[in-house]
Design a protein around this ligand. Structure first.
Ligand code: PHE
Length: 344
C-alpha cells in the first residue's frame, strides 16, 4: 500500500510537471485528489490494516495529498504568470507608429452666418421666434395683406399641399403668428430664422429651398429711422465697419413704405467693380414699415402701434461674405467646399 501511494505521488508529480495549460492542471487535480480518485481509493482499503499500521498509512496518504496539492498550486501560479506575460507581449503598443490625424468638423458656413446674425440681434434685445414650415394660406398670405387672387402672390411661386396648406414661401407668416400671441400689446421684438420654399428652378442664384431671417419690431413710436439704424448696425457687423447702407423704394404688400436695402460694396468700397456690377452698391435685403392692415389683422391698433420688418436671405449674405458663387454649394455637401470654412 505504501508503495502504491508513493507511485501515485510520482505519477501525479510527473503529469503536473508536464502540464501546459490550466485546464490540464485542473483535470489532474480532479483525477488524483477528487472523491473518486486513486488516493481516496487507497484510503478506503485501510479498514483491512492493523491498528498500528493505520495511523502511519493515514499520515502518508495525507503527505501524498499535500505534496500533489502543493505542486498543483505552484504550477498553477507559474502557468498563470506565463499567460499574463503572453497577453502583455501580444498587446504591446508600438508607440513609434505614426498617429492617425484626428478630424474635427466645423460649422457649415450657413450655420455660422445664422449664428452670427442671431448673436447680433440677441445682443440688441430681440427674441428668437419660430413657426411651422408647412403653413396655412392664411398666415403665409392673407394675414400679410395678400388676399386670395392678389397679383402679388405671383412674386412667390408656391408649393401647395392642399388648397389651404403650403410650404411657407417666406418667414413673414411668423410676424403674424407672433403678433397674434401678443394680443395687441407691444413691444414685439423678434427675429425668426428658418427654411422657406419656392417653386424655382435651381441654378447658381436660385434654390427651391433656402433660408430667411425675418425681423419684426412693433411698439409705440417705431419709425423708419429705427429700421435704418438697425440695418446699418447689421451691415457693418456682417461686412465691415466702413460700410454704409442706402434704401431704395420697393413694394411688398405687408409693408408700407417698402424698401430694398443696399450695402456699399465691400470689395471696391463703392468705386464700382465686378462684384457690385460697377454700381458701388450690393442689394442686401427687403424691408419696410409694417402695413396698418397687417397690424390690425393681428390684433394691434395701428393708431397706437407701428413697426418695422425685414427679411434677410441667409444664403445671399453667406455668398457675399465668403465669396461663394453658387447657392447650390450650400446643399450639395461637397467636403472640398465645406473644408474651406475653418472653425472660428
Ligand atoms: N418676405 C419678403 C420676401 O420674402 C421679405 C420681407 C420681409 C420684406 C419683411 C419686407 C419685410 O421677399
Amino acid at each position: 500500500m505504501q508503495e502504491q501511494l508513493k507511485q501515485l505521488q510520482q505519477e501525479a508529480l510527473d503529469k503536473i510537471e508536464q502540464a501546459q495549460e490550466l485546464k490540464e492542471l485542473n483535470d489532474i487535480r480532479v483525477a488524483y485528489l477528487g472523491k473518486k480518485g486513486p488516493i481516496t481509493e487507497v484510503l478506503r482499503g485501510m479498514g483491512k490494516l492493523s491498528a498500528e499500521e493505520r495511523p502511519v498509512m493515514g499520515a502518508l496518504a495525507n503527505e501524498v495529498r499535500e505534496a500533489i496539492a502543493t505542486a498543483i498550486t505552484s504550477k498553477q501560479e507559474h502557468l498563470e504568470q506565463i499567460a499574463v506575460e503572453q497577453k502583455l507581449a501580444k498587446e504591446t503598443i508600438d508607440v513609434t507608429l505614426p498617429g492617425r490625424p484626428v478630424r474635427v468638423g466645423n460649422h457649415h458656413p450657413l450655420t455660422a452666418v445664422l449664428e452670427e446674425i442671431e448673436d447680433l440681434f440677441l445682443g440688441m434685445g430681440y427674441q428668437i421666434a419660430e413657426g411651422p414650415e408647412v403653413e396655412t394660406d392664411y398666415f403665409n398670405f392673407e394675414a400679410l395683406n395678400l388676399p386670395k387672387g392678389h397679383p402679388a402672390r405671383d412674386m412667390q411661386d408656391s408649393f401647395y399641399i392642399t388648397e389651404e396648406l403650403l410650404l411657407r414661401t417666406h418667414t413673414s407668416p411668423v410676424q403674424a403668428r407672433t403678433m397674434e400671441k401678443h394680443e395687441g400689446k407691444g413691444p414685439v421684438k423678434i427675429i425668426c430664422p428658418g427654411k422657406v420654399y419656392r417653386r424655382d428652378n435651381d441654378d447658381a442664384t436660385h434654390s427651391h429651398q433656402f433660408t430667411q431671417i425675418e425681423g419684426l419690431v412693433v411698439d409705440e413710436n417705431i419709425r423708419m429711422s429705427d429700421l435704418k439704424g438697425t440695418l446699418e448696425v447689421f451691415a457693418k457687423k456682417m461686412f465691415g465697419e466702413e460700410r454704409e447702407i442706402r434704401l431704395r423704394p420697393s413694394f411688398f404688400p405687408f409693408t408700407e413704405p417698402s424698401v430694398e436695402v443696399d450695402v456699399s460694396c465691400f470689395s471696391c468700397g463703392g468705386k464700382g467693380c465686378n462684384i457690385c456690377k460697377g454700381t458701388g452698391w450690393i442689394e442686401m435685403l427687403g424691408a419696410g414699415m409694417v402695413h396698418p392692415n397687417v397690424l390690425q389683422m393681428a390684433g394691434f391698433d395701428p393708431e397706437k402701434y407701428s413697426g418695422f420688418a425685414f427679411g434677410i436671405g441667409a444664403e445671399r449674405i453667406a455668398m457675399l461674405k465668403y465669396g461663394v458663387d453658387d447657392i447650390r454649394h450650400f446643399y450639395t455637401d461637397d467636403v472640398r467646399f465645406l473644408k474651406q470654412f475653418k472653425r472660428a
